[in-house]
Ligand binder design. Sequence first.
Ligand code: NAP
Length: 436
Amino acid sequence: MRHVAIIGSGPAGYYSAEGLQKEFGSDICVDIIDRLPVPYGLIRFGVAPDHQSIKAVSKRYEKVALSDNVRFVGNVMVGRDISIAELMDLYDAVILATGAPADRTLDIPGGDLPGVIGSAAFVGWYNGHPDFAELDPPLDVEAAVVIGNGNVALDVARILSKTPREFEGSDIVAQALDALSRSSIRTIHVLGRRGPHQIAMTPKELGELGHLEEAAPRVDPADFPPEGDDALLEPGMRKSVTHLRDFASAGGAKRKTINFDFFAMPVAVEGNGEVERVVVERTALDADLRSIGTGETYEIACGLVVSCIGYKTPPIEGVPYEHGRGRFANSEGVIADGLYCVGWARRGPTGTIGTNRPDGFEMAEKIAAKYRGGSSTKFGRAGLDSLLEGRGVDIVTFRDWQKIEAAEAARARAGSPREKFTQIEEMLAAVPRTKS
Ligand code: NAP
């Protein structure tokens, strides 16, 4: 029997556990540790609340979680309740699947003014992440600027545009739904520092903007390269660009507008104690398709800026870290003997949820190649339990989580799958504090 601890219960964590089951059969004991009392990481807190079909992948993780040799250990924070060194003493292998939940900072003058919000915080707010429950973004403003041309920028622009009716069936948290339904935002500017052929938006997600009840996407036709150049794009990208061309040629106004500003690099955020405008420099592309400033600037008046420019993995004490790329320093997922990383903590914040599957399976194969056969000298689960008990840490098991899940379902508004608890105390109050 081998003992493995996985830190993080998002997609990368659960695919790693599934991979370990496949490699070791019943000869493995896996503990999936999460700092929150609720599992699924990015699925619960990152995937947009109006994309319920994507969230359904958690059913697959549930199957893994309910098997005998895998355990969810929630409400345990590595670095506070237990150190990496202690975990490495207790388990044969430790896998960091901590994702990339921190915002890359917008490093421009005024980037820290009140009203400038990173997408991790903004997305966390409408998805009920306890760290961001109190965010209270300024929505009593006429215009918002969304920085970035990736799928997160699309999520944020869409959420800012939807009517309450369009949130039916979603699990957006009540406080965000209330705030958004009172929003006075009429214009959302989505800034891309490069052009329509350099976007990182996928076609399905981009196409959704064409069907919003009250918001119409707008693109300046002058921003496109000649139409014939679209043939050189790979098919997915070609579809995305076709959506943009459709937006550029569509007529008819709606109450709200989503303006795509291409070749638009934010260089400063200005305002008297809060965001009042973004200064944007027009850009051009160099031979390597990188954006270069032209020196020409313009201003966008706005009261909210959401910066969707990527994420980083928070460092953990004692674990080598690559600051430039915002992830753990690793060689193909290996950080040190017995210490591994998977998913965004390994690769950086790119790819779909499914990309984590081969990643997790590959790591399981690596661990199996090293540890299959032979027996462990580690204390594993029993050692963890006694150490945490000694420290007075109340762990939340998967059965406990199912009680939280049932309580969230029971208090859901009509048509919604759940009303999430947004405070850790509320989550814990929904379960008797057992350590089974
Ligand atoms: P992303 O796809 O890497 O996009 C980041 C965007 O930010 C890029 O357009 C980038 O422009 C821009 N950017 C970076 N630094 C900037 C700066 N200093 N100033 C201005 N713009 C800057 O990241 P993401 O949108 O956070 O998404 C992360 C991952 O999650 C992606 O793989 C995404 O597809 C995935 N995701 C998927 C879905 C979905 O499938 N529904 C939803 C959300 C997220 P450059 O290209 O010029 O660098």
